[in-house]
Design a protein around this ligand. Structure first.
Ligand SMILES: O=P(O)(O)O[C@H]1O[C@H](CO)[C@@H](O)[C@H]1O
Ligand SMILES: Nc1nc2[nH]cnc2c(=O)[nH]1
Length: 301
């Protein structure tokens, strides 16, 4: 089993990094540049792979792979289906950096600043656009296993309860103290994705993603609550990354792969498991990868 929280996966560096400190972020970036070379590190597009969506990273051409264990300040990824690699290379003719593995707040004691360190690092590496993917439970009745849903907006539940990556002192070099997320998921990028999907006859939904803290899956009553407030799909990631990206001025395109149907009725509920999530993600991996690659090909920077 990969990424099983084994002590052998401890970081290979001993540099102490505070993810809330701007100069420390620059130190992380300097280390990455030193290891892969300045030109390789410079990237235009960042991609974050969701649970089981690592195959997107495997399609990067001319890859230079830097394991997280070699990046100062990066914790290990504990969740199965998140390999823990930063991959530099080309996709659709563009320079990309792909994160094969993300940091979920539930893995890291709800330290959202730590979990968004990779986004701040990618910003310093030059990305202007971030494509973020996740595995999610479908709430909207139209959604089926394996469907792709473009994220139009989100409900960042932990942040509403005070768990935002922007809590704490704000170094103005990071961006605004008060970040507007009125347009978190860029409309032009969404339109492009819809057009790309249409051309390849892909059924693509658009909806609202809600992030819960996890790691337990939701009870039927909780799913009903989310449905009532307008959520279409739910997961335990993404919103923290998108919030930081917006603070940095990065444009975002996000999509959810529907890996399970969230339970709405306690009398007819079925067990949800990460194995099911991984299974469906595996089946959809190729489709999701070619979708991302087609979009990247058409992006103008
Ligand atoms: O959001 P990603 O990383 O795709 O993973 C999703 O899948 C896991 C649960 O199966 C949770 O971590 C949830 O957030
Ligand atoms: N919170 C949550 N995360 C998920 N990730 C994949 N499926 C689900 C789900 O049903 N709920």
């Amino acid at each position: 089993m990969e990424n099983n929280n084994s002590p052998t996966q401890a970081a290979e560096h001993d540099q102490k990094i505070d993810p809330r400190n701007y100069d420390d972020i620059l130190a992380v970036v300097a280390s990455i540049k030193e290891q892969v070379g300045e030109e390789t590190a410079r990237s235009d597009i960042g991609i974050i792979c969701g649970s089981g969506l690592g195959p997107i990273g495997d399609t990067v051409q001319e890859p230079t792979i830097l394991p997280y264990s070699k990046i100062p300040g990066f914790p290990t990824t504990h969740v199965v289906g998140h390999k823990g690699n930063m991959i530099f290379g080309k996709l659709g003719g563009k320079k990309v950096v792909c994160l094969q593995g993300r940091f979920h707040p539930y893995e890291h004691n709800m330290d959202l600043a730590l979990c968004t360190l990779p986004v701040r690092v990618m910003h310093q590496l030059g990305i202007k656009i971030m494509i973020v993917s996740n595995a999610a439970g479908g709430i909207n009745a139209v959604l089926r296993h394996g469907d792709l849903m473009l994220i139009k907006d989100h409900i960042f539940l932990p942040a509403l309860a005070g768990f935002s990556p922007l809590v704490g002192c704000n170094d103005p070099r990071f961006g605004a103290r008060f970040v507007s997320v009125h347009d978190a998921y860029d409309k032009q990028l969404r339109n492009l994705a819809i057009e790309v999907g249409r051309r390849s006859n892909m059924t693509l939904y658009e909806g609202v993603y809600v992030m819960s803290g996890g790691p337990q899956y939701e009870s039927p009553a909780e799913v009903s609550l989310f449905k009532t407030v307008g959520a279409d799909a739910l997961g335990m990631s993404t919103c923290h990354e998108v919030t930081v990206a917006r603070q940095c001025g990065i444009k975002v395109l996000g999509f959810s792969l529907i890996t399970n149907i969230a339970n709405l009725d306690a009398d007819q509920s079925v067990e949800v498991s990460h194995e099911e999530v991984m299974d469906i993600a595996k089946q959809a991996g190729e489709r999701a990868s070619s979708f991302v690659s087609d979009i990247v090909q058409e992006l103008s920077l």
